[in-house]
Write a protein of this length. Structure first.
Length: 165
């Protein structure tokens, strides 16, 4: 399997995989594909990686900038991340996340946040930091990982593309 940067020809597959992966998730807003599209159109996808197996796109992960208390502090958000349902639980999502975090750190990013299951994301170095918060979500599901320096405090805001519907 190859992990590489998204190409224009991958966009339809990324959309289909994202919709299929999130369809059965009760917590999902079912707008994840639209969020990725909005970030892409706005030029706000800092990193967009696909997993390719046998010339088929089987997974995707996105990273985009966030602000903390309205300021750019060099922090980014991981997500959405999705794997084609018939390929889930085989390590593809983990490989996408690890590669994306490594690439993000190489850009000089200070850190990364995400909203997700702590039991899953702690294996990648994410932890809950009560001083860093995302309004409207339970604190235990909002996690961060610093690449450089301490984890800042404040209210995190995602790109407006996350409001896509």
């Amino acid at each position: 399997m190859e992990i590489r940067s998204e190409r224009t020809k991958d966009i339809a597959a990324v959309r289909a995989i994202t919709k299929a992966a999130f369809a059965p998730m009760a917590y999902s807003s079912q707008t994840e594909a639209e969020i990725i599209d909005a970030l892409r159109v706005a030029g706000a996808l800092t990193i967009s990686l696909v997993a390719v197996a046998d010339d088929d796109v089987v997974g995707h992960v996105a990273f985009s900038a966030v602000t903390i208390d309205g300021e750019d502090k060099g922090w980014y958000a991981l997500g959405p991340v999705s794997v084609r349902p018939d390929r889930q639980n085989g390590g593809i999502g983990g490989r996408l996340i690890r590669e994306g975090l490594a690439r993000l750190a190489k850009t000089g990013a200070k850190g990364c946040v995400l909203l997700g299951d702590p039991a899953y994301y702690k294996r990648f170095g994410f932890e809950t930091h009560t001083a860093l918060r995302l309004e409207g979500v339970p604190a235990e599901y909002f996690m961060a990982q610093a690449f450089e320096g301490p984890v800042p405090s404040g209210r995190v805001s995602h790109h407006e593309g996350f409001d896509a519907s």
